[in-house]
Ligand binder design. Sequence first.
Ligand code: BGC
Length: 740
Amino acid sequence: MTMTERELRILLNDMSLEEKVGQMVQLPGQNYGSFAAVTGKAEKKEDGQPILDQAGSTLGIYGAEKLKKIQKAYMEKQPHHIPLMFMLDVIHGYETAFQCPLGMGASFDPELVKKCAEIAAKEAAAGGIHVTFSPMADLARDARWGRVMESTGEDPWLNGKMAAAMVEGFQGENRNQTGKVSSCVKHFAAYGAATAGLDYTNVELSEHTLREYYLKAYQEGIHAGCDMVMTSFNTWNGVPSTGNPWLMKEVLRKEMGFDGIVISDWGAVGEMVNHGFCEDRKEAAERALKAGVDIDMCSDCYADYLVDLVREGVIDEKEIDEAVYRILLLKNELGLFENPYKDADEQREKELFLCEGHRRTAREMVQKSAVLLKNEEDGKAGKLLPLNPAEKIAFIGPYIEGEDMRSSWVVTGSAKNSVSICQAAKEAFREDQICFAKGCTLLDNDTLLNGSEYHSDSWEEDNDRLLCEAIQTAKQADVVVLCLGEQNHQSGEATSRTHLTLPKIQRTLLSEISKVNPRIVTVIFSGRPLELSEVETHSKAMLEVWMPGTEGGHGIMDLLTGVCSPSGKLTMSFPYTVGQEPMSYSQFTSGRPCPKGSKAPFLTRYLDCSTAPLYPFGYGLSYTDFSISEPTLDRTEMQAGETIVASVTVANGGKRTGCEVVQLYIQDVAASCVRPVKELKGFRRVELAPGEAQRVTFSISEEMLRFHRGDGSFGSEPGKFRLWIGNSSEDGEAREFFLY
Ligand code: BGC
């Protein structure tokens, strides 16, 4: 039995001002546990400081045994024995690490994404966690920004589906059930539009663009019922989100209907002083509170100043009460007043962590999220992938062994639990069929990681020797599988880059190998779109596998060997060159569009590069041959309340079972605001056996055609529309229809 509203109000009324403010303070886990994940300044308090017994929540620590002890000791000292809330970044798995979010997006499979979130919630809850700081619903269109890895990509509508799936997976029907945690949608708002992809900087967007593209996915997470929303570090319209009452109160609470807790990002309240938006930390506390931030994550501004601000009459205590009530309400909904340990249980940890079922789902996600970028004809033998077991295969590259397959955002568990390429290859092939060589170190010696240089001792010698060995290994083999990519700390928070190429050391390895054995399959590990033109030139086949997680080796081997056929589709455009960033298939239309192949002057184009990406949004090949017929429409005119049914036939004309992601795009040809060249409005994953065909239909309604208009209203406008149904954002014949 949870507490009634009346009981909660009685509790609130009985709390001192200091105690109430304590609930609004989140301290870094260092203050409670030996190890804690940190993403900012984390000062340790002196034992005996009252705030230690009063802070309402902490983050970055985990583990049933540890958290139970901390909870017990804390509650004994807490004046009203209110439990502490434990929060953590469970971004793509807890002990069982799943594919990173950008990869999950590429699965175009929200049900599977939900299942991964359910498993992550089960494991995290067993480890004592109550709230996860996930999903990140930020729209990501600039691959220079390292955090694109934590997003599901460049499309607002798809991101919305994925954000909702994650919220539902984490929270379920009722968070106080076993195996559920609260979900925090972040970072509100428009963090993904950081200028030039530079983390923590300013965002320059019109309100129209903000609403049309950036707010949509947060809204879907809120509709799905997320308990918390986190503010973003950036400024928008000159105001830091954490101090923006219009954003938090008007947009988030009134327009979007969010009634849960707003938490700042790490240190973001205090950072308003650095932004030059507040004179000092006291003003920052005032502005954040007045903007509607309920919990101050790790800046201590609330802890240091809120009590004084109330006593001085600057802040009305009622505002404090409102925030604290929301916090108590969530603790109540999590069932913490009855059972402050919730699911924390060492036995459950043992049973759940990395159990067979969880690993199976992680493997399935790798299979469905990897994107086959290229698979060329290779003489008489057909295509290079799937691998031919009659041939000798060399697995070469710094990613074949030992390296962590998880991203920098899996803070729990051990890298040792990840299945490497070597291990998976040894399980899949006979010993005499395969050989291995590391080839080079993962990074050049002078790469900056977390602000300091990456050093492999004896670098020169290592890499010369490794390259020689790799060349010999490649010579002995019929095919080379070259595993290259980003180090896992090259993407994620604070990992902005101005170059998107693979490290030079890896490019040298690729070109040297290609001289002795051109039959190269390149497997690319990355948390962002990379510049792959050079890799493409030297590779006969290419598979993008992202940061695949614990079951990476197995899932990748399933794809390389043809146990299953790739079906992932890119959710971010892959550029030819970094100079094209930011990029997206759904840009607003230009007054001088450049038709494909046109040589005419004075058009929207670069002089030295295509305006199109190397690989577009929605793109991904398969081992089988799918065809999608031209779309037919049951009618070409409709009005509100009616629908048009558009359909295609998808056929598998190849020799293998496979899955195609059929995508529907729509363009509003003319409207009172400039509209995107096309927008994703639907998709279906269709699995077909060889020779099989299926009719796929999409229902188009007036609701799907609504947009944010210049006068602030949201609605559709009559006129002409185009639609495409195809296997990527660049595929399909256009059809027209009219809305009256
Ligand atoms: C990140 C958030 C994260 C928080 C807590 C911040 O630096 O921006 O995404 O949830 O740290 O770890």
